[in-house]
Every structure is written in C-alpha cells, then in structure tokens.
Ligand binder design. Structure first.
Ligand SMILES: *[C@@H]1O[C@H](CO)[C@@H](O)[C@H](O)[C@H]1NC(C)=O
Ligand SMILES: *[C@@H]1O[C@H](CO)[C@@H](O)[C@H](O)[C@H]1NC(C)=O
Ligand SMILES: *[C@@H]1O[C@H](CO)[C@@H](O)[C@H](O)[C@H]1NC(C)=O
Length: 490
C-alpha cells in the first residue's frame, strides 16, 4: 500500500496555508489469501485416479460444498485503515441469528469544522484536504455543505436506530443501508450509539461485513452471526469407575481378550468394559460389568471402535487393544489427572506400550496445508512431539500421535469417530482425521503391556495382512481431499 503523507490546507486566491491536524482518506483493506500449491514429496494421489474422471469430478464438487459449509466472510483478512476518525468494533461483536442487537462502540471523531474561514488578511477561502501520497499521487477534495453525513451498509442483516427522530436525520431505517445526517459530530454519535443490527439469515455460524462510511473514509467491521449451542457436560462422579469406561474391539481372539479382562480385573474390579465383537462365531464373554456388542462378522476395526464409543456414558473412555495386558503401572487415574488438569485436552496417549516398541516412547507431529482448490492439500508427518508440555506434567507433550492406548474425552472423539470404511489396521487414519479437531498429549509416565504373539491363529493373521493401500488411497484422495500424503516421518 501507499504510505500516506498528509497535509491540510486553507487556500485563498493568493495564498495556501498548510496546517494540521487532518486525516487521510481511509478504507479497510479486504482480501482473501490466495490458496497456494503445496507438496509433500510423495506420490501424487491423482495419478492413481487418472482413469476415473467421475471420482475426480465428484471430489471437486464435494470440496466446493465443503468450503461453502465451512467458510464465511469472517475468514477474510481485514486491515484497519490508518488515520481513520471512525470507531467501530473489530472483534467480539456476536449476534444471535434473527435477533436485534445494539452495535457497540460506533463513533465518529470529527471536529465540528467550519466550511469557510478567513485568513489573517480577511480573505475568504475554502477549507479542504490535500492528500499527498508517497508515490506522488495527489488529489483534492472540497467539503460542501455544513452538515455531517455517514452511512452504514450491511448485507446479511437490517440496520435500525432507536428513536431515529432526534439528534439528526435517519434515512433507510430498518433496511440494509442507513444514511445518517446531523449538524454536529455529537449529533452523529448520539444516533450511532443507538444503531441496532438484526441478521436476516438463520445459520449456526456465519458472518456479515458492515461498511461504515464517513466523508472519505470507508471502514469495514465484522459481525459474527452465531446460534449459541447447548453444553453437554458429564458428571465425573465419585470414583474412577464413574469417570472411565474401558473399550475394546475383538475379532477371533478370545484367548487374548480373556487375558486382557483378567488383567484389568486385578486392578479395576468393577469398571465397565465395552467390547465390540465382529468374530465369525461369536462367543459370549464371561464376567460382570461387561457389555459385549455383536456385530455382523468382519465389519472391521474402526467400525468396532465407533460402535464401542457410541455406547460409552462416562466422561472418558480408555481404548485398549484386545491383546494388551494391564500391570500395576497401568494407572488410569494418572491419565485422568492429566486430562482434568488441562480442560482443552481431548485425548492423552500413552506412548509406552512395552513389547510393541520396546520401551521407547514414540509420537509424531503432523502438519496440514490446504493447497490449491482442485489439487488438494498436503499432510506431512514429523517425528517427535511439540515442545509444549501439559502444565504440571513434564512427561506429557502435545502431539498428533499414533498409538492404540489412549484416554479420550467421549464427546470429543464422537465428533471425529473412526471411519468404518477402514476395515484393517489403519493406525494413522483416525489421527489424520483428528488433525485440527482434537488436542492430543502424549505421556510416558504410565505403561501397558502387550501380550506375546500367540502362534497358530492363522485365520486372524491372514485378515490382518490384507492390503490396505487401495481403500486408504481413495479416502486420502476423496474424503480428506489430499493431493499427496507422506506418512513416512522425517
Ligand atoms: C489407465 O488406463 C490405461 C489404458 O486402459 C492403462 O494402461 C493404465 O494402466 C490405467 N491407469 C491406471 C492408474 O489405472
Ligand atoms: C467501501 O468499501 C467496501 C470494501 O472495500 C466496498 O465494497 C464498498 O463499495 C465501498 N463503498 C464505497 C461507497 O466506497
Ligand atoms: C464363558 O463360559 C462358558 C461356560 O463356561 C464357556 O463355554 C465360554 O467359552 C466362556 N466364554 C469365553 C469368551 O471364554
């Protein structure tokens, strides 16, 4: 933009007098950040869909609808103008759809200037502005008339003034453009203090941009139109059993499952265990405080997780695989403590699963770039957590981890869920879907054991081994709208 250097002047036919103070013409700069191409050094997913123009076309259409659903004028970049004499709300003006609301903080700072002045020699002259831009563009404006005039223009709402008849003249009351005229700034300000906005659209979350014009000044401020939502709060109750439900999914592994349940009951005698079971010949699991849900056979890992989570009634649930084994180090209370200490956390993952990765913890960070509209976004994965730790818990760092032992807020995970289209081991897909939606910490102060692999369960192993590439590729390309993906950590 131009640097604006400014001078006021008073001129007669003989002399020009320059004097401060005065203002530049100012306008809010509004722009949309252009999407930029992104890259993840991996294979381009579109190369796998070259022969499938239907998929490519539908992907574009659905992405446009997604953008329409998730973006609004509130995403635009607004830059406040320099030297503006206008006062208006920049942030925090939120209205309930269809409800009339006072616009707070509107005002004009203009000295009540006279049109005509006399110079020291008694010559009559005009008061005006001379605007000198650093790039040597200059122009001249004369003020005409002794009255002060301003306008407010909305596009998704109506503007009205309480008691429009006093302090000045209001035109367009109740429409989307208000023109206010007064003889003094104090008259204008009295009217501006009574301007109300009523949205004409019922949306859950959207916005409007209101233009506020006064003389050469044109500023824009945002209105957030938002339907307030009802809270959903869980009662923590008195002990760990009313705070946490253990969830797992089993498939053809009752020996392992029974071992897991046995180990849990050593430490948590009455904590509810929810089991999603998609075995071919399901067997009823024995024991109390167990809910076993039978699914159609072979529905898969993610479908089972989603089913199990849908039945949880406690604030948190603990996810375990059916071949894990609790030890005295598996203290769920410690994970609850972490979650309770930082209410923004959605999930805390224990990176210590012995015998899975030795005893060394692992966690990852993921970055996502939106990319250009028709190409799609890029996901990159980096080894190690973020530097930031959970306050009071130096063992817990924020991250976007991938491991199957975690404590999560039930309501948060229900908003992401485990895509039932993924039938087999797809550790990362859930965490990919959760990027930007769930705040995750990875901790290493509690551990769970992994049962040693039992040879001979051929049916189970043959299922686990099946290729997951094609179904994942379609989800990454279409559902996640990626242009490429690189899950090999740097
Ligand atoms: C696309 O079709 C051509 C010709 O039928 C074939 O040679 C090629 O392998 C196909 N490409 C993919 C990615 O399926
Ligand atoms: C005020 O600024 C907005 C956004 O820059 C523009 O759309 C509008 O036309 C301007 N109005 C006038 C009267 O200049
Ligand atoms: C539950 O007990 C019955 C009867 O003892 C037994 O047949 C069945 O296998 C047990 N269930 C599991 C999952 O072990």
């Amino acid at each position: 933009g131009h640097l604006c250097r400014i001078q006021c002047y008073f001129f007669t036919y003989r002399t020009i007098y320059f004097f401060p103070p005065c203002q530049c013409p100012s306008a809010t700069k509004i722009s949309r950040r252009p999407p930029t191409h992104c890259s993840c050094k991996g294979a381009l997913l579109k190369d796998f869909f070259k022969n499938d123009s239907g998929t490519v076309r539908r992907r574009q259409e659905e992405y446009r609808k997604h953008k329409a659903r998730t973006s609004s004028s509130l995403d635009l970049l607004l830059v406040a103008p320099a030297n503006s004499p206008l006062q208006y709300p920049i942030q925090g003006f939120t209205v309930v759809p269809l409800q009339r609301t006072l616009i707070p903080g509107l005002g004009v700072y203009a000295p009540d200037r006279e049109i005509y002045k006399h110079d020291t020699m008694g010559n009559k002259g005009y008061l005006g502005y001379l605007f000198i831009y650093s790039c040597h563009v200059s122009h001249l404006t004369n003020r005409s008339g002794a009255i002060l005039k301003l306008s407010l223009v909305a596009s998704r709402g109506l503007l009205s003034v309480e008691e429009p008849g006093t302090d000045g003249l209001v035109e367009g009351d109740g429409g989307n453009q208000l023109d206010i005229t007064a003889l003094s700034a104090s008259g204008l300000n009295a009217l501006l203090g009574r301007v109300h906005y009523t949205s004409t659209v019922y949306r859950l979350r959207t916005g409007d941009l209101v233009h506020f014009l006064f003389e050469k000044h044109n500023v824009t401020f945002p209105v957030v139109i938002q339907q307030p939502s009802v809270p959903i709060i869980f009662d923590l109750g008195e002990d760990i059993n009313s705070q946490v439900t253990i969830t797992t999914k089993t498939f053809l592994r009752y020996l392992e499952l029974n071992t897991l349940i046995y180990s849990i009951r050593q430490y948590y005698k009455t904590m509810k265990i929810i089991i999603a079971d998609d075995s071919f010949d399901p067997i009823k699991v024995n024991g109390s405080d167990i809910e076993q849900y039978f699914m159609p056979p072979g529905q898969g890992w993610f479908a089972g997780r989603t089913l199990a989570v849908s039945q949880v009634t406690t604030k948190y649930f603990l996810w375990v695989d059916d071949d894990f084994y609790f030890t005295e180090q598996t203290q769920i209370e410690k994970l609850v403590e972490v979650m309770e200490s930082m209410p923004e956390l959605d999930m805390c993952v224990c990176t210590q699963v012995s015998a899975v990765v030795g005893r060394s913890g692992f966690s990852y960070r993921m970055t996502y770039e939106e990319g250009q509209e028709d190409e799609g976004g890029c996901l990159l994965r980096f080894r190690g957590p973020y530097k930031e730790t959970v306050p009071g818990f130096p063992q817990c760092s924020l991250s976007n981890v991938v491991i199957n032992f975690f404590l999560a807020r039930t309501d948060s995970v229900r908003k992401v869920l485990f895509d039932p289209r993924l039938k087999r081991a797809a550790h990362s897909q859930f965490f990919v879907d959760a990027v930007g939606k769930l705040l995750i910490a990875s901790c290493n102060h509690i551990t769970v054991d992994h049962q040693s692999k039992r040879p001979g369960n051929e049916q189970y192993h043959s299922f686990r081994k099946q290729s997951e590439n094609d179904e994942n590729r379609l989800l990454y390309f279409f559902k996640n709208h990626f242009s490429c993906i690189n899950l090999k950590a740097d």
